[in-house]
Design a protein around this ligand. Structure first.
Ligand code: FPP
Length: 217
């Protein structure tokens, strides 16, 4: 999921952008709780792209504080709910205490099997692909082992229709759902509807429908 629209949502109310991110963190909690019941096995959330370093320093610091608070407050619940947490993205440019917290949460939740929660921080898909190549990935299987599973459905909120350097390789055959709602206002109902729509789609992976093949014979 590309969590977009926090800043605009807050500004439209005359609030600072960080208030939007704070509300956005609540949506993260709601989505993580709802995901297993919605049939989601892997949920990847785009929290901070490598291009977000261009934002004002106080917004960046605020985002890292929210992320750290989320991990501190939720780690026990994540483990209890069977959620395995993983951070994807570069760790070497993040504050040391945040990286320690990420590592602790990863090992604390490693036994979780109900939901694989991946949070992308200082993440760039192009960089992730380049790093995989540097590490010797030279076929589809090893690339997938370095990067992660293929995406079935990508949801982006707040009306924008672009990928923004998120899971480029993994989205090769992804379906897309662009929702107008801002991330802080996203509800379980909207995600359920997006999933229902996704399940009704005809995913042919470049092939043709079986009935059509039969008709051609
Ligand atoms: C995009 O909205 C959102 C972000 C860049 C940050 C997302 C972070 C959170 C939801 C909170 C912390 C994360 C976790 C995992 C607890 P935007 O600021 O680009 O919105 P705009 O397009 O309206 O400006």
């Amino acid at each position: 999921m590309i969590m977009d629209g926090n800043g605009r949502w807050a500004q439209a109310r005359g609030w600072p952008r960080l208030a939007g991110h704070r509300a956005g963190a609540e949506t993260v909690r709601r989505m993580v709780e709802a995901a297993p019941g919605l049939g989601i096995g892997t949920l990847t959330l785009y929290a901070f792209s490598s291009d977000n370093w261009k934002r004002p320093q106080d917004e960046i610091a605020g985002l890292f504080r929210l992320f750290a608070r989320y991990l501190k407050q939720e780690a026990a619940k994540l483990a209890e709910q069977g959620v395995r947490f993983e951070m994807i993205g570069r760790r070497d440019r993040l504050p040391g205490p945040l990286v320690s917290l990420v590592e602790e949460t990863e090992s604390f939740t490693q036994a979780g099997t109900r939901l694989h929660l991946r949070v992308a921080v200082d993440y760039s898909s192009r960089d992730a692909i380049l790093r995989a190549v540097e590490a010797g990935a030279c076929d589809r299987e090893s690339m997938q082992a370095h990067l992660g599973p293929d995406v079935d459905l990508l949801i982006r909120t707040s009306g924008e229709q672009r990928l923004s350097d998120f899971l480029l390789w993994e989205c090769a055959y992804a379906e897309f759902s662009f929702l107008d709602v801002a991330w802080p206002e996203l509800t379980e109902t909207e995600v359920r509807e997006a999933l229902e729509d996704f399940r009704s789609r005809d995913r042919r992976y470049g092939g043709v429908k079986l009935s059509r093949v039969q008709a051609l014979r």
